[in-house]
Design a protein around this ligand. Structure first.
Ligand SMILES: Cc1cc2nc3c(=O)[nH]c(=O)nc-3n(C[C@H](O)[C@H](O)[C@H](O)COP(=O)(O)OP(=O)(O)OC[C@H]3O[C@@H](n4cnc5c(N)ncnc54)[C@H](O)[C@@H]3O)c2cc1C
Length: 372
């Protein structure tokens, strides 16, 4: 991290050393006795529920939560409703996160956990033996009571590809169901394309907000010194610039991910997205790395062949404000099952796979109990 000037100043945050050691795969120096005692102290704050007393303690505790929450796209701590933060930082996540860099003890705590064959393979395996239709584009869902719906069943119109010799055509089909479980973002922008959103649904879903979160990937010239790097401070000054640089598979692949929050959360322009890409390139150069096809000022380099690069910008983290929190989740529960429609997915619990699955499983167990 030396030589990066003000851009990367995480090392200056001494109080944060323990957690920082974790996220950047601690070296031997970080694994010393002093950091172990700081770790125990921080755990004690967390467990005591009394909170921290001194400014230093508060700072340490704040940073401890800021890395997973703010850096991973779940907003500033001052804005994010506390239940969301605690959904992410359960004790089951917190303890391995803190203990995995420790000598000996760390062998018993693995973090972060990854699917060795990739996440998609997991779902392919889950889908085996189930009647899952892939590659379909749902064009319309009709529900009883809709203006355009004439019968009492739920109809789903969709397009699916079919090959006719040398060309692939889209085929139209309709299936009929007793119940609908919507497993997609509950944003009007998504829903209005295929379903007649009712007034009570619209009133509820209008409370949902998202952040525009960007991931830019490049092939860098050599492995990063540390596989996970944070860029402080996580505040407005770094909006549009990466605050995390991650190499997922050091030694195997030099693809590096740069995570940044876009300059605004809706209607991000092409120029703003291009600026995020340029900021990522500049940061890579500041970290002492080169990216083929890109200059250190963030401009494409026409003299060199550009290497692998992706850019995606998601409406990320469906959530509601602290003020709307009670109203939204009570309203959602009241809405479940109305018009034979149920809702699962990121907005129903917290925008991570495990909470989403927990909620979906509980909903199915309660409303569609297994008939033996
Ligand atoms: C960059 C990134 C990294 C993440 N990392 C993690 C992580 O490490 N761990 C973790 O737990 N979570 C992670 N998440 C969060 C996690 O991916 C989401 O919370 C989760 O996928 C949301 O699930 P969902 O079912 O609500 O919606 P989605 O996964 O968005 O699924 C909705 C599906 O509906 C489909 N759809 C929408 N409209 C139509 C239509 N008309 N016809 C047909 N299909 C349609 C979409 O194509 C999509 O496949 C990450 C998210 C992002 C963006």
């Amino acid at each position: 991290m030396e030589g990066l000037g003000d851009e990367i100043n995480c090392c200056e945050r001494k109080s944060f050393q323990v957690f920082f050691a974790n996220v950047r795969c601690a070296n031997q120096q970080d694994r010393n006795i002093a950091s172990f005692f700081r770790l125990v102290k921080t755990l004690a704050y967390f467990e005591s529920a009394k909170g921290a007393n001194t400014d230093a303690e508060q700072n340490e505790l704040r940073l401890l939560f800021e890395v997973p929450i703010t850096m991973m796209g779940f907003g500033y701590l001052r804005d994010t409703a506390t239940p969301y933060v605690l959904k992410f930082m359960t004790l089951g996540t917190f303890v391995p996160m803190m203990l995995y860099p420790m000598p000996v003890i760390g062998w018993f705590f693995r973090w972060p956990r990854r699917f060795v064959d990739g996440y998609e393979r997991l779902w392919e395996d889950v889908a085996k033996g189930l009647n899952v239709l892939l590659d379909v584009d749902i064009t319309r869902i009709g529900r009883p009571g809709d203006r355009a719906c004439t019968d009492d069943s739920i109809s789903i119109n969709f397009l699916h590809p079919g090959q006719a010799m040398f060309k692939t055509d889209e085929h139209d089909a309709t299936l009929y169901f007793d119940y609908l479980v919507l497993a997609c973002p509950l944003e009007n922008e998504v829903l209005r394309r295929f379903i007649e959103v009712r007034d009570d649904e619209r009133a509820l879903f209008d409370m949902i907000e998202t952040f525009a979160y960007c991931m830019t990937t490049f092939n860098v010239d050599r492995d990063l010194e540390h596989s996970v790097n944070c860029v402080f401070p996580f505040d407005e000054t770094r909006i549009g610039k990466p605050w995390a640089v991650v190499q997922m598979f050091p030694g195997q692949s030099r693809v590096v991910q740069f995570y940044a929050r876009a300059p605004r959360d809706e209607m991000v322009t092409d120029a703003e997205m291009q600026d995020v890409v340029r900021a990522s390139v500049k940061l890579a150069y500041q970290m002492g790395h080169e990216i083929a096809g890109w200059k250190s000022n963030g401009d494409p380099d026409p003299d060199r062949r550009a290497e692998y690069h992706t850019f995606d910008c998601w409406p990320y983290f469906q959530h509601v404000s602290s003020n709307d929190f009670g109203k939204f989740y009570a309203g959602l529960e009241a809405l479940q099952g109305q018009n034979r429609t149920y809702y699962v997915g990121g907005a129903t619990n917290f925008e991570l796979i495990e909470p989403i699955l927990e909620y979906a499983k509980a909903l199915v167990d309660e409303n569609f109990p297994r008939v033996s």
